[in-house]
Write a protein that binds this ligand. Structure first.
Ligand code: DQA
Length: 142
């Protein structure tokens, strides 16, 4: 079985992107960490990062046979309505992750149009948040 790990715009440059906000772990580090967390259940990770909303939607549409997903939508949290509709049709549990504590930041980051559809949301715990989201899937997915 596979888990979809989906990262949105500007997350491919993690490690070099405002490290004081997003930390120094690269996306490759995060992908490895998630793979480590789900390996005991025999799951593998399909990791996709796209800067364009359409490509993220395509990744979701091609992943209906995964067991669950971890999604950091980046700024598409704010107004990614097409991404929201794609996630509404994703048949499995998924977790929304934000590295930074979005509520401690600018007010335009205080609402996610996606979060109401998520099984859970983890914010502000940096790269650890992805591990915790993976653990949540491991312990809640039937
Ligand atoms: C982010 C928070 C978003 O507001 C921002 O646009 C990002 C990263 C996070 O992981 O903290 O791109 O999703």
């Amino acid at each position: 079985s596979d888990v979809l790990l989906l990262n949105g715009p500007n997350l491919g440059i993690l490690g070099r992107r405002e490290p004081e906000i997003y930390g120094t772990d690269t996306l490759a580090d995060i992908e490895r960490a998630v793979a480590e967390e789900v390996a005991p259940r025999g799951w593998r990770v399909i990791a996709r990062q796209h800067d364009c909303e359409g490509a993220l939607i395509g990744a979701i549409q091609s992943s209906y046979d995964t067991v669950g997903a971890i999604v950091n939508p980046g700024a598409l949290m704010i107004a990614g309505w097409s991404l929201r509709d794609a996630l509404a049709n994703y048949p499995r549990p998924w977790m929304e992750v934000h590295l930074s504590n979005v509520w401690a930041r600018e007010s335009f980051r205080h609402e996610s149009v996606l979060a109401p559809l998520a099984s859970g949301v983890i914010v502000g715990l940096g790269a650890l948040g992805y591990r915790l989201a993976a653990r949540a899937l491991v312990s809640t997915v039937a």
